[in-house]
Design a protein around this ligand. Structure first.
Ligand SMILES: [Fe+2]
Length: 168
């Protein structure tokens, strides 16, 4: 048995939700289902105790992600956000990969809004993803996002890690 039951959410810290909420809403073609501010003084600083920062204040936005998990976007107010080097090759950098049905459409609608790392989608030439189309892009903070379109075949990792409802 694996140690954990499910992926509850994936969290991304951003510089400004004022920038990121519209960007991610356009990108996901969905609005956040919840936005709220956690002020240490109002909540016994419980978030600060979790993350290890005293008197922690933050605002968050939450979106449904396809496949049964949640995207949590955090803007720290205290401590205020710094910025790290977001190059994908840096240790510590993570990426979120989303399955798309039409990667060329994504290129079109995100043109001028997202920094694509390749001028067009790339066909995977080897391995489990062979034949599928993929690309990398960056959000306004430089967060790495991968898009994958399965071409003429089902999700390659479905057998190893099936999409499944752990509460079913
Ligand atoms: Fe990936």
């Amino acid at each position: 048995m694996p140690a954990f039951k499910s992926v509850d959410h994936v969290g991304i810290t951003v510089k400004s939700l004022e920038v990121s909420v519209p960007w991610w809403s356009y990108f996901l073609e969905a609005e956040p289902f919840w936005q709220a501010t956690w002020l240490a003084a109002d909540i016994d600083d419980y978030v600060g105790h979790i993350v290890g920062y005293e008197n922690c204040d933050m605002t968050c936005a939450f979106w449904e992600l396809p496949g049964g998990t949640v995207l949590e976007m955090l803007e720290y107010h205290n401590p205020g956000p710094g910025r790290v080097d977001m190059e994908s090759y840096n240790a510590g950098n993570t990426h979120l990969c989303l399955e798309t049905e039409d990667i060329y459409r994504d290129y079109e609608r995100l043109q001028g809004r997202a920094e694509f790392r390749s001028p067009e989608p790339v066909r995977c030439a080897w391995g489990k993803y062979k034949g599928n189309m993929a690309c990398y892009l960056r959000d306004p903070d430089g967060v790495s996002i991968e898009l994958i379109q399965f071409v003429g075949q089902p999700r390659p990792f479905q057998e190893q890690s099936p999409f499944a409802n752990p509460y079913a």
